[in-house]
Design a protein around this ligand. Structure first.
Ligand code: NAP
Length: 414
């Protein structure tokens, strides 16, 4: 076991290991958990209660998660004097699967996003966000049930790589001088500069993961979403490298949309996953107007960030949208919303996003029955119209309950 400075792993659990390139999950895995800032404490408490109850009910005590509290953000600052201590990285690496609440990121100055740092340092290259409709959730569109996508957002590159220099610094001056003098560009001297790297490696491991997921879960298509008409050598290359890896690694299981029209008169041969691509701006209207034509989506970092929130809005908002950051093995599951500071400690907000992220985590562990039980119980609770403020204000005849009461209703409905 790794040595920790200020935390001690529980002794009543067993670490998850990797055997033959697969996770080996014991019946009592140690799962590190970061409570998070702001509303983190409210939603994490609710989430752990629901998850523990679902596992107990589903497996009659044969399985159990042994939670291991680790720290980031405000709590880490108090304890360690820094927002992201080494102990936290070590624990996630050692125990492989972890759950986290939201963390504050200062806008403009201050420290870099802890979320981005965690994703990059642990090489969690795919941000996976399933977005589907839960019956009864109020939605701004007529047919929210038509949307059922899983977004694979590249998590380590693009303008999120953190390579940027503020206006007026000697670093930015160097970069601007180099570009203007050597590369014959015309960048204004009073510019800030950010770099957008997109690599074959980053693209192909993400697109491969998305295709693997489509195949394992019986999904119909993988759509590469890019802005390649403008950013040809980054986003355009993402599309080309995506098609290439599909043809190279999955030649029998996939078929491109172009090939379907060229060879099969527009009708996809049975059993093949269609690989298609869409330009990002067009995709934003397509996903609204032709939601059911899309299934798995693979896209660079920034597009993925925008698109996943837009999709979440379509099925009732961020309060219902889960997410996971996944690398080759390590998985860090988290709600897609932030710390909502004005509601912190008020036992008010909707914990569904975090609970559904824990469902993704259970699926990742192979404990699908417990995950399914939670999804059904959430749906039932919403249909009974006992919901938190965010849904209550949009539903007629609903009863507003607190975060903790909502969790109790879900547990009763398991
Ligand atoms: P936010 O925390 O997501 O909150 C924005 C609004 O979304 C809230 O005011 C609330 O809307 C609604 N909301 C969010 N979570 C909710 C929940 N569980 N239940 C019900 N409603 C919910 O976004 P933000 O205010 O822009 O960001 C606050 C901080 O969080 C920032 O420091 C940001 O960087 C950070 N952040 C962290 C993560 C992460 O850790 N992964 C992700 C995003 C943002 P109403 O007021 O309309 O009810």
């Amino acid at each position: 076991m790794a040595k920790y400075k200020m935390i001690t792993p529980p002794t009543n659990g067993t670490p998850i290991t990797i055997v033959d390139k697969k996770l080996k999950v014991p019946d009592n895995p140690i799962i590190p958990v970061i409570e998070g800032d702001g509303i983190g404490s409210d939603i994490m408490k609710a989430c752990r209660r629901v998850v523990d109850a679902a596992i107990e009910k589903t497996y009659n005590g044969r399985k159990q998660i042994v939670w291991f509290d680790i720290y980031a953000g405000d709590a880490a600052l108090k304890m360690y004097g820094e927002v992201l201590p080494r102990d936290t990285f070590k624990a996630i690496k050692e125990f492989i699967v972890a759950l986290k609440g939201p963390l504050t990121t200062p806008v403009g100055g201050g420290y870099r996003s802890l979320n981005v740092t965690l994703r990059q340092a642990l090489n969690l290259y795919a941000c996976v966000r399933p977005v589907r409709y839960f019956q009864g959730v109020p939605s701004p569109v007529k047919h929210p049930e038509k949307l059922n996508v899983v977004i694979f957002r590249e998590n380590t590159e693009d303008v999120y790589a953190g390579i940027e220099w503020p206006k007026g610094t000697k670093e930015v001056k160097k970069v601007i001088d180099f570009l203007n003098k050597r590369m014959k560009t015309k960048i204004r001297a009073d510019s800030g500069i950010g770099i957008k790297p997109i690599s074959v490696t980053g693209t192909q491991r993400l697109v491969s993961k998305a295709i693997r997921y489509a195949l394992d879960n019986g999904r119909r298509s993988v759509t590469l979403v890019h802005k390649g008409n403008i950013m040809k050598y980054t986003e355009g290359a993402f599309r080309d490298w995506g098609y290439k890896i599909a043809a190279k690694r999955f030649p029998d299981e996939t078929i491109s949309e172009a090939e379907i029209w060229d060879k099969y008169n527009g009708k996809c041969p049975d059993g093949k996953v269609i690989i298609k691509d869409r330009i990002a701006d067009s995709m934003f209207q397509q996903i609204l107007t032709r939601s059911d034509e899309y299934d798995i989506i693979a896209t660079p970092n920034l597009n993925g960030d925008y698109l996943s929130d837009a999709c979440a809005a379509q099925v009732g908002g961020l309060g219902m949208a889960p997410g996971g950051n996944i690398g080759d093995y390590v998985g860090l599951f988290e709600a897609t919303h932030g710390t909502a500071p004005k509601y912190a400690g008020k036992d008010m907000v909707n914990p569904s996003s975090l609970i559904l992220s824990a469902v993704m985590m259970l699926n990742y562990l192979g404990w699908k029955e417990a995950g399914l039980a939670i999804e059904k119980a959430i749906e039932k609770t919403i249909l009974q119209k006992t919901v938190t403020y965010d849904l209550e204000r949009l539903m007629e005849g609903a009863t507003k309950v607190s975060t903790s009461q909502y969790a109790t209703h879900i547990i009763e409905n398991l």
